[in-house]
Design a binder for this molecule. Structure first.
Ligand code: ADP
Length: 465
């Protein structure tokens, strides 16, 4: 892939991706950690419980082994007292399934006999059963007692279940909290990390619009971003230097061409006047004079653009009434418009529209706009000019019902020498709009354009008051 190619498909903001990543990552890690911890606690609680039951069972088996049921009864009573009759039971069952000795079974009405709750072997065996009434569970342990039958005991799992339920609830709450707080926190962190990149992007866009003196301040965005900022500034510095050098070379060439061109023109003029009896020669010399004039005008316009681009310092500022300026332009172009069969309308507003500007330069900018509007409007069309105050700025709007400008050409029409393909049959050199814009920018303003091919164009010269 070359460096200018980009991956296809939709692009998402890096900050959004990072946020999603943070939230997913911490969500998954917390969930996995919570599940693992839950398993550990669950196992621990179950193991402790089983150990307690097994210990008590060992004691009952020992007591029952002595064959005295009264001792077993006493042992059951103290067990019941210590653990609570709702939370545990213990009973001795003879081989025919009859209960011989038992704790209170009020809370344990449906307890399966040892055989029903799993096989009874010589080694004690645990089983977990559902208590139908309140959907809780109990842990059962059965053990055979030689010659007496079986001992069975059970412990309600209510306490351990409720402990685990608490754990689950808190776990879910913590997870939700991480997701809810993690999203904005991740977004904030990601935006902070990306802030430097956004500043570089904004400045790069501004540089692309021609503001080569723009730089990004290195204000501790982080090592990597500061590195990017420094490299970016260095690059713009170099581009600016190359541009300035190129402009200087252009200006020098344009400047140096003026003298030989003036000499050629002088010679051609002399020849035109002295071609006695050779009309073709005189005509030819006349054409050379005209071409020299055209070239000279082009060179002068290029130098004027360069001068205007050097900024406000070169302007001869005075109070200018834009209404007057427009009226003069309309007067100047009335004849041209008539020759073209184009109606020229000027909407004058009563109050003066004074700004501080360079009258001669503004006049040139405006005449270029009006000249274009007439030039690119076919016979029968119309051109309207109006000036208005709009808050902090004053605008001169030149609209026409002409050929319009294709969307692909719109961003380039202010470039030097650029002419849309459709306009090439017209006279012109592609410098008029560059000059107009350079003048507008030198005044701290600009020119905006909207256009629809086949319908017309609207150029707005914007100047600060
Ligand atoms: P040009 O000498 O070619 O008129 P400009 O710099 O004045 O040079 O304009 C550049 C190009 O912008 C023109 O060649 C033309 O394609 C387009 N353009 C400018 N003004 C208009 C307009 N009012 N209507 C249509 N196209 C226009």
């Amino acid at each position: 892939m070359s460096s200018t190619e980009r991956p296809s498909g939709p692009t998402y903001s890096v900050a959004a991706r990072l946020t999603l990543f943070f939230v997913l990552f911490f969500g998954v890690v917390t969930l996995a950690g919570g599940v693992a911890l839950y398993q550990l606690v669950n196992q621990h609680v179950s193991r402790e419980l089983d150990e307690d039951i097994a210990r008590d069972m060992g004691e009952f088996v020992r007591v029952a082994g002595h064959g005295r049921l009264s001792s077993l009864k006493e042992a059951f009573a103290s067990y019941e007292k210590a653990s609570g009759k709702d939370d545990c039971f213990a009973r001795l069952i003879d081989p025919n399934g009859n209960v011989v000795v038992s704790t209170h079974m009020d809370s344990w009405p449906y307890m399966p006999l040892p055989g029903e709750a799993g096989p009874v072997t010589n080694t004690p065996k645990f089983a977990t059963v559902d208590l139908d009434d309140n959907r809780l569970k109990a842990r059962l342990l059965s053990a055979s007692v030689p010659s007496l039958g079986y001992l069975q005991m059970g412990v309600s799992l209510e306490k351990s279940e409720s402990l685990l339920a608490h754990f689950r609830r808190y776990g879910i709450a913590v997870l939700a909290l991480i997701l809810v707080l993690g999203a904005p926190a991740g977004w904030w962190l990601a935006r902070r990390a990306m802030a430097g990149v956004e500043v570089v992007t904004r400045t790069a866009r501004s540089v692309a619009d021609g503001n080569f003196s723009d730089r990004v301040d290195v204000t501790g965005y982080g090592q990597e971003i500061d590195g990017l900022v420094r490299s970016f500034n260095l690059m713009v510095e170099r581009v600016q230097a190359v541009m300035a050098e190129m402009r200087q070379v252009n200006d020098n060439i344009a400047h140096d061409l003026r003298s030989p061109l003036t000499r050629i023109r002088g010679l051609a003029e002399h020849a035109a006047l002295n071609f006695d009896g050779q009309p073709e020669g005189a005509e030819l010399a006349g054409t050379i004079v005209e071409e020299c004039d055209r070239l000279m005008q082009m060179i002068n316009t290029m130098l004027d653009i360069s001068e205007a681009e050097t900024g406000v310092g070169r302007l001869q500022l005075e109070v200018v009434d834009l209404n007057d300026l427009v009226a003069q332009a309309v007067e100047l172009f009335a004849g041209v418009a008539e020759d073209h069969g184009v109606q020229l309308a000027f909407e004058r507003i009563p109050e003066p529209l004074n700004i501080r500007g360079d009258r001669r330069k503004l006049q040139r900018a405006l005449t270029n706009l009006v000249d274009n509007a007439i030039k690119y409007t076919p016979r029968g069309g119309s051109v309207r000019i109006g000036a208005r105050r709009d808050g902090e700025r004053t605008e001169v709007v030149v609209s026409d019902t002409g050929v319009g400008i294709p969307a692909k050409d719109l961003p380039k029409i202010f470039d030097r020498f650029y002419r849309a393909d459709e306009s090439r049959h017209q006279t012109g050199n592609g410098l008029g709009l560059s000059l107009a814009q350079a003048v507008a920018k030198a005044h701290g303003g600009g020119i905006s354009v909207s256009s629809q091919p086949g319908v017309g164009s609207v150029f707005t010269l914007i100047l600060p008051n």
